[in-house]
Write a protein that binds this ligand. Structure first.
Ligand SMILES: *[C@@H]1O[C@H](CO)[C@@H](O)[C@H](O)[C@H]1NC(C)=O
Length: 415
């Protein structure tokens, strides 16, 4: 199988495994280190995690009017990062390790090595200025890897991917921080047997998202070469609590390793990258409509985002370092539109889109190159690489440790 050979033989550097520690509350949560002069006229911000095992930090870069980036701040998340049992980049085998909500003006991040989640408020006038809301809270499981907000940005859920895996949901109290929702804790452990930290990327949890109407909570889980992965779908009640059991949805035949998801607007369906083939389309109501679309030459397609400007989806492949644009039509039929190759060997991970002065820009975490690639979306089928922001110089100058193998998660905020 292409996926396992490409990823598992990509021996890059020795990685020390950090075992999960009990809940810790660090005094340093929110401590900032400035890396440059904060731009006050920013058009938005991009955030990602250092996911370092000693001190985890959010790195915040402001978006300039031309879409380019300016590294501003590194903010402590009050916990530790971790690395699954594998070598190389994509430490958490996940999408969504850090996530911003435009509506709620909040941001949540996982501390995979501390089993906690940190919540921050975003100052919309200066979006790289983020401040903790309350203390870190327990993820109520091990190896938290992904977070998702509801559309109002007043609730969120976390996905745990270790030995104790599953989801836990919170409502946001603007003063106290995250408050666990009664009946918001649900396990996956009968269907996903793994360890803390997990061995991967096969047979691990991937990503958590809400459906467009907030009435379903969806988790993707990668399979193994012998056993296809699945989607776990809980119903979400009005008070944010979850149904006792989840509906287990299989990808269509040929689907194997469901990874990052993006909701398909207006369709009650999601597109999920499938690291074994290309991507899966999952209809949340009528699963007989599910399909699998192959991306020719792919190695491991893992992360996904959607552009409102083109209506198309943009997927990254960690092995080929290509951004693939795909279209999903009204009948949920998916097709490949174009491929945009970036630097070979740069290991493209999480990506997100921000609309800046009416134009969409793609921001991609190129972990192995310790940089963020910036592409402008000019029209369907046409994305142009504008710049790449190198992270090494500014982080080093500010005394912030980053490591190609640990960097994870990327989310945008554009007010
Ligand atoms: C990361 O870089 C190293 C060193 O150049 C290379 O051996 C490895 O294949 C790269 N990994 C990926 C996933 O591109």
């Amino acid at each position: 199988m292409k996926f396992s050979t490409a990823l598992l033989t990509a021996v890059f550097a020795a990685v020390s495994f950090v075992s999960a520690a009990p809940l810790e509350r660090r005094a340093g949560t929110g401590t900032k280190k400035a890396m440059g002069k904060t731009k006050l006229d920013a058009s938005g911000a991009v955030y990602f995690l250092t996911n370092e095992p000693d001190v985890n930090r959010i790195i915040a870069a402001s978006i300039n009017a031309d879409g380019s980036l300016n590294l501003d701040n590194a903010i402590e998340t009050g916990g530790r990062g971790s690395h699954g049992k594998s070598n190389g980049p994509d430490a958490l085998f996940s999408q969504g390790a850090v996530k911003a909500s435009k509506k709620g003006k909040v941001l949540a991040a996982v501390n995979a090595g501390s089993n906690t989640v940190a919540l921050f408020s975003i100052n919309p006038k200066e979006p790289t200025d983020i401040n903790p809301i309350g203390d870190v809270v327990s993820s109520e499981g091990e190896f938290p890897i992904s977070v998702a907000f509801n559309s109002n940005g007043d609730r969120f859920c976390v996905l745990n991917g270790g030995l104790v895996n599953g989801v836990n949901c919170y409502r946001i109290d603007k003063k106290l921080g995250p408050i666990a929702i009664v009946n918001g804790l649900r396990l996956l452990t009968n269907d996903l047997q793994t360890s803390t930290p997990p061995e991967g990327p096969a047979n691990t949890a991937s990503h958590i998202v809400f459906s467009e109407d907030d009435q379903q909570l969806i988790v993707s889980v990668k399979g193994t070469p012998d056993k296809a992965g699945f989607f776990a779908v809980w119903g979400v009640n009005g008070d944010g609590s979850l149904t006792a059991d989840f509906k287990k949805v299989a990808p269509a035949k040929g689907g194997l390793l469901p990874f990052g998801m993006s909701v398909i607007p207006g369709k009650n369906a999601v597109l999920a990258t499938d690291a074994g083939v290309g991507f899966d389309i999952v209809d949340l109501k009528d699963t007989s409509k599910n399909s699998v679309v192959k991306i020719d030459g792919q190695v491991a397609t893992c992360w996904a985002t959607h552009s409102q400007a083109t209506g198309n989806f943009y997927l990254t492949d960690i092995g080929t370092a290509i951004v693939t644009e795909v279209h999903v039509d009204d009948n949920l039929k998916g097709s490949v539109v174009a491929g945009f190759p970036l630097t070979p060997g740069s290991a493209l991970l999480d990506l997100d889109i921000a609309t800046v002065n009416g134009k969409d820009f793609i921001y991609v975490l190129a972990a192995n190159a310790t940089s963020i690639d910036v592409l402008s979306i000019d029209s369907p089928g046409l994305a142009l690489r504008q710049t790449a922001l190198n992270l090494v110089g500014p982080t080093k100058a500010a005394g912030i440790t980053i490591n190609a193998n640990n960097l994870q998660g990327l989310t945008t905020f554009a007010p």
